[in-house]
Every structure is written in structure tokens, then in C-alpha cells.
Design a protein around this ligand. Structure first.
Ligand SMILES: Nc1ncnc2c1ncn2[C@@H]1O[C@H](COP(=O)(O)OP(=O)(O)O)[C@@H](O)[C@H]1O
Ligand SMILES: [Mg+2]
Length: 272
């Protein structure tokens, strides 16, 4: 299936006929097949679909941690070879260093870059304010809540100032209110810094509410089954959005699509 976005040539990231298989001792397992997708600079793309449909695999290939078995992933029209230094990757687990304070954790990418101390301190202060962690700079990760740790992880991701953010179910473990706060933070970051974001989630509501385009996958092997252009305004009030008719229509359609996909999947398992 061809799932090109608008203005194909201007794509920042492009998946062209991408397939990925994994070789185990007994067999070859096809994780994703024939993925065609263009991501424009400044876009928020969500990837949604059942567990095991290859969402993380697509992020890993975009980060250059894995190579496609067939096809190519392009970044600015060049096939990705080796690690892609244009991206920052945030996984479900926050991976904060327990022996460092929040400020020192956020400073890690700046130290790696050898940013001068005073400049780095200013940058950390700015990031701490951005993610709402003022007053917690000297705390250790074990002394703050899960939501605050996520904020710290987001600040650390932004400290390396990547052009593109790859986010793998980063807010899945948070309660509903915190999740909305973090999603709001993320959209604010996109707005302020013009980042491009590929965001993996298995929550259909999240997939619609933060996306410009939501890419829906079917499983075994993962393929793009639908792309939803949300048409939602760039800056949106996520707490109110969930009650608005445009969102409700999109979310209902997506839930129905995923449910019918699951039925087909179940039937094919029974046939097999
Ligand atoms: N390194 C790997 N070796 C073998 N199989 C893998 C590897 N990474 C992923 N897979 C398999 O590929 C499929 C897709 O995985 P993944 O991308 O993690 O799915 P998702 O993120 O959508 O849950 C799964 O069946 C998974 O077991
Ligand atoms: Mg995954």
C-alpha cells in the first residue's frame, strides 16, 4: 500500500518499501512489510497498532539502530547508515541515573557535547523551567514522582537538541491527568522549537489527540492499514479536546477500525 503524505519531496524522513525480518534459530520472522511513509519537518506523527506490529522496530530503524531487510529509510533524502545523530529517542522507561540529581541528569547530553559549564547551567535552568521542574533541581530521581521523572527525561532529551524526537510509549505508565500534562508539554515543545515528532502509542485516544497524522498498523507482519489526517489545530487544549465533536468522530472511527482489524486477525488465527 502506498501511504505517502503530502509534498513527498520535502519529507524529512521517508520509509520506502521498508521490510524488516528477524532471524531466530528455527525460522525467519517478518516483523514489518512494505512500509511507505513520508514524515514532513515539524509534523507530529503517531504510530498506533496492536502490540508486536513493529512500531518500535520502525523507530529503531529511524534511529539507525537496526537496518531494514528490504527497502530503505531516508533522512533528508539520504539512506540512514549507522546511528542517526539527528534524532533523540525516549523510551517507556526513563533511564535516569539514580546517583545524579535531576539537574545533573538533564545536563548529561550537554557534558557529552562538552558545552562550557556556565552555558550548560543556563541551558539546564531553561529546560527545568520548560518542563515545570523548578524547585526540584537538586532532588534525586527516587525522591520525585513518576510524572516528574518523565518531565526530567523529556528535558534531558531536549538538552541534546535533536531535530527529531522518537518517542516510544513514553507516557504509557502515567495516570490520565499527568499524561495530558505531558502531551501538552510535548505539543508546546513542537510549537516552540519546531521539532518533528514520531510518537508510538497503543492508546487510540492519545494517537488522535496529539497527532497531525496518525498512522495505523495491522499486525503479523505490521503493515500500514490507514492514515488519519486529524486536521486538529496545532495548538489545542487537550483537556477540552476529548469532548469536542471532531475528536470524538476521529476517535470512534479509529476504535472501530482497530476492532475490525482485530476480528479479521482472530479469524485468520482460527483458520490457520
Ligand atoms: N531484535 C529482535 N529480534 C527478534 N525479534 C524481534 C526483535 N525486535 C522485535 N522483534 C519482533 O518483531 C515484532 C515487532 O516488534 P516491535 O517492533 O517491538 O513491536 P511493537 O513495538 O509494535 O510492539 C515482534 O513480534 C517482536 O517480537
Ligand atoms: Mg514497542
Amino acid at each position: 500500500m502506498n501511504a505517502e503524505g503530502p509534498a513527498h519531496q520535502a519529507a524529512l524522513i521517508r520509509f520506502e518499501s521498508v521490510g524488516k525480518s528477524f532471524q531466530t534459530a528455527e525460522k525467519t520472522f517478518e516483523a514489518v512489510r512494505d512500509i511507505n511513509l513520508s514524515v514532513q519537518a515539524g509534523e507530529v506523527i503517531t504510530l498506533v497498532g496492536p502490540s508486536g506490529c513493529g512500531k518500535s522496530t520502525l523507530l529503531n530503524m529511524t534511529a539507525g539502530l537496526m537496518k531494514p531487510t528490504s527497502g530503505n529509510v531516508f533522512y533528508r533524502d539520504a539512506p540512514i547508515k549507522g546511528l542517526n545523530h539527528n534524532v533523540g529517542y525516549m523510551t517507556q522507561s526513563d533511564h535516569l541515573l539514580p546517583w545524579r540529581t535531576i539537574a545533573a541528569n538533564i545536563a548529561v547530553p550537554l557534558e557529552i557535547k562538552r558545552m562550557p559549564r556556565v552555558k550548560a547551567a543556563d541551558r539546564v535552568e531553561e529546560l527545568v523551567a520548560l518542563v515545570g521542574l523548578r524547585g526540584f533541581e537538586s532532588a534525586y530521581p527516587t525522591q520525585i514522582s513518576g510524572g516528574m521523572r518523565k518531565r526530567a527525561a523529556l528535558a534531558r532529551l531536549l538538552a541534546s537538541d535533536p531535530e527529531t524526537l522518537l518517542m516510544d510509549e513514553p507516557f504509557a505508565a502515567l495516570d490520565a491527568q499527568l499524561r495530558i500534562a505531558m502531551q501538552t508539554e510535548l505539543l508546546r515543545v513542537r510549537e516552540r522549537y519546531g521539532k518533528t515528532i514520531i510518537f508510538v502509542t497503543h492508546d487510540p485516544d492519545e494517537a488522535i489527540s496529539i497527532a497531525d497524522r496518525c498512522v495505523v498498523f495491522s499486525s503479523r507482519p505490521g503493515r500500514i492499514s490507514k492514515i488519519v489526517e486529524t486536521g486538529l489545530p496545532r495548538s489545542r487544549d487537550l483537556a477540552k479536546l476529548r469532548f469536542e465533536s471532531r475528536f470524538l468522530t476521529l476517535a470512534r472511527d479509529l476504535w472501530e477500525h482497530l476492532a475490525s482489524d482485530m476480528k479479521t486477525e482472530a479469524a485468520s488465527c482460527l483458520d490457520a
